[in-house]
Design a protein. Structure first.
Length: 280
């Protein structure tokens, strides 16, 4: 496994691999790697000949300075974790933005709802940094987890609209034994908050079960989720049932008549967690 910090050296490696007739997959991360990331790497190895993992805590996607400051930076342990994986190259730049950077990549529409509504500038930072990684690594395939459902949809749209010759692969959400979606933020939960946060997957499972039994009312599906999170001590950012294509939230007095996603964001112990379940 090779480790690159220089953009041009990373690009040369990727181009040499592709010139030899092999394909390249990219798994973009912000480090603090966990089992969910390693599953992505394993999936990437089935999608391409060589796997590149990028590790970079991107400052432009944080809407709160304290959140950026507290984000775990564990490059040494991340590299150790990847040693036994199919990863063949790590791109871990110290900086990705040139001085005086004034160019941004934005995706309209999909970014206006859910996390985009409460985290101004977040998706502009995500799309810009991922676009930069795609231009440096030049992969054939890029993989993103479904836990960050809106992010994955936004990046698919960006790749499509920019005519980038890259196939986007969505990976299923990887969960802890108690159901909590794996996230680098989980390490910031104290034991009490960690236990309380299991209300998230339990509430989503209950909503999905109600949907499977035939419930289609937006309020009837989402309000019990909201109440369960509050009862567990969570502070809700949003609980929304959104159209699967536009990500626009459905009015509470409507019924789910087309593929949708029940998406939530809530704080437990001061840590913001997100999760979702498909309703179709």
């Amino acid at each position: 496994m090779e480790v690159f910090t220089d953009k041009e050296l990373m690009r040369r490696w990727s181009r040499s691999v592709r010139a030899a007739g092999e394909t390249v997959a990219l798994v973009p991360t912000m480090g603090a790697l966990h089992e969910g990331h390693l599953r992505l790497v394993e999936l990437a190895a089935r999608e391409a000949d060589r796997v590149v993992v990028s590790i970079y805590v991107n400052p432009t996607q944080f809407d709160r300075a304290e959140d950026f400051a507290k984000y775990p930076r564990t490059l040494h342990s991340d590299l150790k974790a990847l040693e036994g994986s199919p990863c063949k190259a790590v791109f871990a730049p110290t900086e990705m933005y040139l001085p005086g950077n004034t160019t941004w990549v934005t995706v309209d529409g999909l970014t206006e709802h859910l996390c985009g509504k409460t985290r101004p500038g977040h998706f502009r930072g995500v799309t810009t940094i991922v676009s930069k990684f795609l231009h440096v690594v030049e992969p054939d395939v890029a993989l993103f987890g479904n836990k960050d459902y809106q992010q994955r949809r936004v990046l698919e749209q960006m790749v499509r609209d920019q005519d980038l010759p890259i196939r986007v692969v969505a990976a299923p959400t990887v969960r802890e034994p108690d159901g909590l979606a794996m996230s680098s933020r989980n390490v910031r939960l104290d034991p009490t908050a960690r236990l309380a946060a299991t209300a998230i997957p339990k509430a989503l499972d209950a909503a999905r079960a109600a949907f499977d039994r035939g419930e289609r009312g937006v309020a009837a599906l989402s309000e019990p989720v909201r109440q369960a999170l509050i009862a567990a001590g969570g502070t809700i950012d949003y609980v929304e049932i959104a159209d699967d294509q536009t990500l626009a939230p459905l009015p509470s007095d409507r019924h789910v008549a087309a593929p949708a996603v029940l998406a939530i964001a809530a704080f437990f112990g001061g840590v913001r967690l997100i999760d979702n379940v498909a309703l179709h």
